[in-house]
Design a protein around this ligand. Structure first.
Ligand code: HEM
Length: 140
């Protein structure tokens, strides 16, 4: 489970970087919003939701959660264990909520530029949160 979570993370981060790049360039160059742009947003949404399920599944069997249950004061007092048990899961959930809001908001926009702008804001914020709270020192 941990390995799947670790490998799937590459897909999520790469999709998200590409989706944000695509949205920013679409917005600044005032491109037409096509089926390709829709699919880039959709695949990113699906990949992140799958990661949410894998993450939740792994969380409750992870050493980080077991340690939190046994001795929460020690886990909270240590920045490395707090990252794995609390900060990473919460930030990733918030990021995926932002991606989901961005996806549903873009559908209500009628102008192409507004669609790109919505993706830029919501997917962009999600990317920042994810990059800020990935446990980099044990990944890659
Ligand atoms: C966009 C979503 C997410 C991304 C990109 C992501 C990415 C990662 C990465 C790269 C690692 C390090 C893997 C390694 O050690 O090789 C990790 C670890 C972990 N993730 Fe996530 N994650 C996401 C969502 C979640 C969610 C929603 C949860 C739980 C609710 C979660 C729980 C964990 C836990 C517990 C670990 C620590 C594994 C360990 O060392 O025991 N993740 N995640």
């Amino acid at each position: 489970m941990k390995d799947i979570h670790s490998y799937w993370a590459y897909l999520v981060v790469l999709f998200l970087i590409f989706a944000v790049y695509n949205a920013v360039t679409g917005f600044t160059k005032k491109r037409e919003f096509t089926d390709k742009d829709l699919r880039i947003g959709l695949f990113t949404l699906i990949a992140s939701h799958i990661q949410l399920l894998i993450g939740l599944g792994w969380y409750f069997m992870s050493p980080a959660y077991k340690a939190l249950k046994m001795d929460s004061a020690t886990v909270m007092g240590n920045s490395a264990s707090r990252l794995l048990a609390i900060e990473h899961p919460i930030m990733m959930i918030i990021a995926i909520v932002l991606i989901t809001i961005g996806w549903s908001k873009h559908k209500k926009k009628t102008e192409d530029t507004a669609k790109f702008k919505t993706f830029t804001i919501f997917y962009g914020l999600a990317l920042l949160l994810i990059l800020a709270r990935i446990p980099w020192n044990q990944w890659i």
